[in-house]
Design a protein. Sequence first.
Length: 305
Amino acid sequence: MSGARSGARVLDSPTMSGARSGVRAALPTQPVMRKAKRRSVLSLVLLTLGGLALGAGGTYLILRFVRPSVTAAPVSPGKPVPARQAPPSRNEGEKAATAPAEGAPAVAAPVGDCPSGMRLVTGGAFKLGTPANDAMSFPNERALTSVQVPSFCVDEYEYPNRAGASPKVNVAWEEARTLCEQAGKRLCSEEEWEKACKGPGNARFPYGNEYDPAACNTEAPQGADRALAASGTFQRCRSAYGAVDMSGNVAEWTSTRFDATEDLTHKGGSFDRQDYTSRCSARKGAAPTERSESVGFRCCADVRP
C-alpha cells in the first residue's frame, strides 16, 4: 500500500513547479498596481489642485502688479481758486481811498490848513532843479530831479507879508531866521521855496514857462534897472499856489546851504538882476552875514492839524 501510494504520487515536474511559482509570484503584484494607480490618481488630483492654486495665485500677483501700472489720463489743472481775504479794516479802507491811482502823479492830499496870510502848498513829488536843455541855466544850479516834500504853508508876500508894504531888506541870514521864528514860522528850505514858485505844473517861472519882462519886477526890457516895489504891485507875478513876487523884486534867503562852504542860498532874483536869475530853479550863494538892498526873505510853516 505504501508502495502504491508512493507510486501513485505524482511529483511535480520542473515545468509545472516553475509555472506555479510564477503564478504565486505574480499574485502579489495586483495590490501594488492598484496602489500605484491610486497614487497616480492622487498625484494627478494634487497636481490639478496645485495648478489651480498656482493659477489663482499667479492671477492675483499679475493683477496686483498690473493694476498700479495703469495710470489715469492726465487732467489739465484748472485756474487756482483765490483765497478768501478778510475785508479791509476802516483804516485800510481810508488809505486805499486816498492812494493815488497807478500812473498818477504822487500828490499828498492836503490835511489841515494854514495860518492867515499864508498859502497851502500840497506835498508830493515835483521836479527840483533845471533841465539840461534850458538855455538860461547856470553851472551852479541843480540838475533836474524828482523830490518829495510834505504839504506846507508859505507866506503870500515877502516879509512882513502884507500887500502894499515894502519888503524888509538889508537883513542878514540869522536876523531873517529869527524874525520868522518870532512869528511862529521858519525860513523856507530851497525845496519848499522852489515848489511854491513852480506850482503843481513845475513851471519855469511862477507865471508860466516863457519869460515875460512885464510880469514881475525884474530887469526892464531895455536893460534898465527897476526899483524896489511894494508887495503885490505886479498883479501877474503870482504862482499857481498863490505866492506873490517869487520872481524879482527882492531875492530871498532860504535855510539851505548853497554848497560845501558856509554860504546859504538866495532864490528868486531881484529888481536889478537879469532875466535868468528870476527862474524858479535859479540860485545864488551868499555869506550868512551879507546884507543887501535887494535881498529880503519870506517865511514858511507846517500845516496846522
